[in-house]
Write a protein that binds this ligand. Structure first.
Ligand code: NAP
Length: 278
């Protein structure tokens, strides 16, 4: 089953994509990483998330190899470093990313986290890239409620297509105020580290629910992250077996009993929790 999430412009993207952090760091791992991403594309995990930061551009080069000859099947997300996010800086950074990615356009270009450049400058830079056809959409990452409110006041800021944040059962903080604010602005969430970099506990509630559905605890975590229909999860897997397991999590629908059990083990926040980052 392919679950989709609608972006603010009405375009639909897969609710389950693929991350690439730590790809491109070792040449000996490269062929395996490319094969894993390709297998993911075959299975419909066609949203690929990367960044100029990952392996100093090396991850974008791995992505280039994985999408060679099938660029149109993929929804490509990359990110600009905060220190490059001036009006002129985003243009230069985007040009470098496009070159490494071996493509003429990025589908969604994100500000990786808030830095010192005014948001108005970054947005103006993104708009210029859109007009030049180098990026189709833009968004942000790691922006908490106060920064999002500021962004909404910047000229053109309301066109933000997503906020990519740390979210999984052990990181529910943004459910308190950030997710409601994004929902009311019509901006979907992109959840990074959705299995907490494979550190989520395999036992306890995740294990119990997994057993009931004859699934893996990390598949339960992915199904949980995607449960609302407006969150995109981007697990990273450089092993084909992991890619296949993650893709199968799209078929796992958690029922009220499962959700209640997971709520007890991983309680929803009752007060503001500052946005955490990895
Ligand atoms: P993650 O996706 O939660 O976990 C990745 C780790 O889990 C890898 O070690 C992977 O192993 C393993 N794994 C994947 N599927 C598995 C499975 N089915 N069973 C067992 N282990 C499995 O963590 P992440 O890479 O930090 O987050 C995902 C993506 O989000 C990143 O790659 C990146 O694209 C993005 N991200 C963005 C930010 C940001 O600031 N915007 C921050 C962090 C991450 P193998 O690789 O060996 O298969």
């Amino acid at each position: 089953m392919t679950r989709m999430v609608a972006l603010p412009n009405g375009e639909k993207v897969p609710a389950l994509g693929q991350g690439t952090w730590y790809m491109g760091e070792r040449s000996t791992a490269r062929a395996g990483e490319v094969a894993a991403l390709r297998r993911g594309i075959d299975l419909g995990l066609t949203l690929i998330d990367t960044a100029e930061m990952y392996a100093d551009g090396g991850a974008e080069e791995v992505v280039a190899e994985a999408i060679a000859g099938r660029r149109d099947e993929v929804f490509l997300v990359s990110k600009v470093y905060p220190h490059n996010a001036s009006r002129a800086g985003v243009a230069a950074a985007c040009e470098r990313s496009l070159k490494r990615l071996g493509t003429d356009r990025i589908d969604l270009y994100l500000l990786h986290w808030r830095g010192n450049h005014p948001l108005s400058e970054t947005v103006a830079g993104f708009e210029a890239l859109q007009q030049a056809g180098k990026i189709r959409l833009w968004g942000v990452s790691n922006l908490d409620t106060d920064d999002m409110a500021e962004l909404m006041e910047v000229p053109g800021g309301a066109a933000c297509a997503t906020n990519q944040v740390l979210y999984n059962p052990s990181r529910r903080g943004p459910e308190f105020d950030l997710f409601p604010a994004l929902a009311s602005a019509g901006i979907p969430v992109m959840a990074y580290s959705p299995i907490e970099q494979a550190r989520l506990p395999r036992g306890g509630a995740l294990g119990t629910v997994a057993k009931k559905h004859q699934a893996d605890p990390f598949q339960v975590a992915l199904a949980w992250v995607m449960r609302s229909g407006d969150v995109i999860a981007i697990p990273k897997a450089s092993r084909i077996a992991h890619v296949e397991m993650n893709a199968a999590a799209r078929d796992l629908i958690l029922d009220a009993e499962d959700l209640a059990l997971l709520d007890r083990a991983f309680p929803a926040p009752r007060r503001k929790v500052g946005l955490e980052m990895l």
